[in-house]
Design a protein around this ligand. Sequence first.
Ligand code: HEM
Length: 509
Amino acid sequence: MDLLVSPSAEALARLLAPVTFLFCCVPVLWMVVVKPRVKSTTSFLSEVKGRLKTRWDLFTYPITANGRIRAAYAQMNGKALRMHSPESWMTLVSSPELIKDIKTATNDQLSLHAAAKEILKPGYTMNGFNWHDQRGIEGIGFVRTLRTLLTNHLPQLTPGVRGIIDRTFAQEVGSGGTVNVLTLSKKVVTKISAYSFFGLDYAENNEFIDAAYYYNEDVLYGSELLRLVPGFLVPVVGAFIPMFLKRQRTFFYGLVDIIEGRMNNPDPTVKYNDVIQWIIDTSPKSNPWTPPRMAFEVMAIWFGSVQGLATTLTFAIYSLCENPEYIAPLREEMESSAGGEFFVQGEGLPLMDSFLKECSRWTPVESVTARRCALKDFIFSDGTRVAKGEWVGIPIGPMLRDASMYPQPDVFDGFRFVDPKILRGLGQKSTQPEGPSKFTDVSETWHVWGTGKLTCPGRFFVSYVMKHVMYHILDNYDLEMDTNRKNTVHWRTLTLPSPGVKAKLTARV
Ligand code: HEM
């Protein structure tokens, strides 16, 4: 019996030797190497728990970010607060003093471009376009293009814009029906933007418009995909993304064609007044850009333009459906002399202006603005330190619902920004402590357009387009929501229209 057992016991002992060794060594290693680093088992466990919680928070961030920004703001009381986001730690600030620090920071301290690059990953999602981290290195001709040249040109665009709106609504809504509001807004905004960017010929060119329309979405989906895959896989997955960007290439080469055509064969009898021409005209003279570089510049502006405007317009249409008591006074204003003045000057309609501003307060697309990446260590005036590579931001979403800035913040008050003298008490539930203001104003309490020297140069175009589309709707249709569910969803720090939300438009008799 023994003889039979002995060899297998020996084999077993040989097998168990390494295991026994490990069993003996692990506690020794634990005592020598690990234990001195962790004060006690409890603190070790709480460290592990903390790390797991951070991982979980980052994993759920896309759907919890909005609520977490709100919760953070509720704790801030004017102080800075550092929170984790998937891209980086982010220090949120809301007091005028700390916001001023962001405003006065130099371009080599805090960078919007570096933060945008991290989010959009343009090297993979935008045909390899990799802009500089520091704003202004290649000039800021786009600011003059949009803020001055486009804004001044708006009144001349009016007949063309009205034609586009008429045709788009005739095709999509006709004499009435149920429509997906986001789809409708995107169509009309893309066409109006194409008209002001490239001229009327291109606004009617279906292949080009289609490519321009989907280019934005392709960038967003591509960058979202890259944010979901683990960091080490980004270059691998990123290398495949360009294969799916056919529409982006159509848009890019279409733009290069237009630019080359205008630069190589200038026609002295034709004067172009559109964004693409102003980008050509304001591009750096000392180190001239190639047509593809100019095309990238146009694509970058186009990207910032269409998506935000279409979404904001969608929310304004929802708000009009949900607050029908504003329809009559808005129509009354349109039928007054203010309506005619708006058509001539491209701005005005103070009641509509305030209504649109309230829609933006009610449903802001972004809940964090002035997002910047620190290009070097940055110290706020209260001593809060932001390490190089970390981000800062302003929690604009919850600030727009703060009673200290907006009386009765949870009441939709479409005329809260109007001068009471114009309104003569009509339907105004509250007035703003700082006095009347315009949709396009930038102020201490209104950071929707950014802050300091970096504000949205396209905001006058936004106001103009939204007013024209709302004018058309109010003039031609009665409207109500067709979908009896929540209109919006939160994704990361964005608020977006829920898929499939529809409104019923009925032609006015
Ligand atoms: C409702 C729609 C829009 C909103 C809410 C919006 C908001 C903003 C904000 C907040 C910034 C500053 C970014 C920051 O500081 O983090 C900005 C910058 C910018 N926006 Fe807009 N924007 C809108 C539409 C547009 C449109 C239609 C255009 C073009 C026609 C445009 C062009 C730009 C450009 C070029 C910048 C960069 C400015 C610079 O670097 O100086 N935006 N926008």
